[in-house]
Design a binder for this molecule. Structure first.
Ligand SMILES: CC(C)Oc1ccc(CN(CCC(N)=O)C(=O)c2cnn(Cc3ccccc3)c2-c2ccc3sccc3c2)cc1
Length: 248
């Protein structure tokens, strides 16, 4: 009979001493949540914003190093213009409401991807929040804006080539660390845990290089149905997997 030592025991409570350092979340399901309730899609995005607040608060409480949020959205141009207009107002509302709390909690707001394509007002709100929190040393709250992993890698290859051409870099120096340094995520470590909501089990061109060793957690829950306890559940599952396969 194989005795279950503490190490291998399935836990159903969160071990606060061993939380993942960086959690990346593909927030999917706002539209479906609204449709299920016969509500307009924007009601799903409004509810989805409340979930972002709950998850950010829990990430601060758990003292994660970084939380990267990616709004999996079928490219914006497929959305009705009214919906894009609504979405692009959310960031400034979010920051107007929560930036003081984020600063209070020593959160550093960063972004990956391109600002272009964001309306001027949104761009200013984002740049202001990045500027206002750049010296904070707590949770790095990282938003993927118009982000695509393959184009991120193309950009990295291009600037590596430029640096080799201008003799700032030699080909022999190029290794996995150099590639990582040229990605948008150079300021944070690779995600330990990737969570995707609404039942889809796809990466959707998200952090492809960075997730080489990440654990993946998929939940049927739609993003607006996700909350602190769902985040805890994902982390408990992560810890159980690490426990099972962590030791030799
Ligand atoms: C620093 C931060 C506050 O700045 C940001 C500037 C622009 C964006 C908009 N955006 C990027 C551009 C694009 N892809 O449309 C999205 O990702 C996008 C697409 N749908 N939703 C609705 C949604 C709401 C809630 C959950 C999922 C999707 C969002 C979205 C995502 C996260 C947050 S947090 C405050 C607003 C907001 C809006 C994001 C952040």
């Amino acid at each position: 009979m194989r005795f279950k030592t503490k190490k291998n025991q399935e836990q159903n409570s969160l071990d606060l001493t061993n939380v993942p350092k960086h959690v990346a979340i593909i927030m999917d399901g706002n539209g479906r949540w609204a449709k299920k309730r016969g509500l307009p899609r924007v009601a799903g995005h409004r509810e989805g914003m409340k979930t972002i607040k709950k998850v950010v608060e829990r990430a601060v409480e758990l003292e994660l190093d970084a939380l990267t949020l990616y709004a999996f959205s079928t490219e914006n141009w497929k959305r009705p213009p009214k919906e894009v207009e609504f979405i692009m107002k959310l960031p400034s509302q979010f920051l107007d409401t929560y930036l003081p709390d984020l600063i209070q909690n020593n959160v550093r707001v960063t972004t990956i991807g391109h600002y272009d394509g964001l309306p001027e007002l949104t761009k200013q709100a984002v740049q202001y929040s990045v500027e206002q929190t750049k010296n904070n040393t707590g949770l790095v709250l990282n938003f993927a804006l118009n982000y695509g992993s393959r184009s991120e890698i193309v950009d990295a290859v291009k600037s590596i080539c430029e640096d080799v051409q201008s003799n700032n870099l030699s080909v022999e120096d190029i290794d996995e660390g150099i590639i990582s340094d040229y990605l948008y995520t150079r300021h944070i470590q690779d995600p330990d845990l990737v969570i995707r909501t609404s039942g889809e089990q796809r990466l959707s061109n998200y952090l492809l290089w960075q997730v080489a060793y990440s654990e993946f957690y998929f939940t049927e829950k739609l993003w607006p149905e996700f909350d602190q306890s769902a985040l805890d559940e994902a982390i408990i599952e992560f810890q159980n997997r690490k426990r099972r396969f962590g030791g030799l």
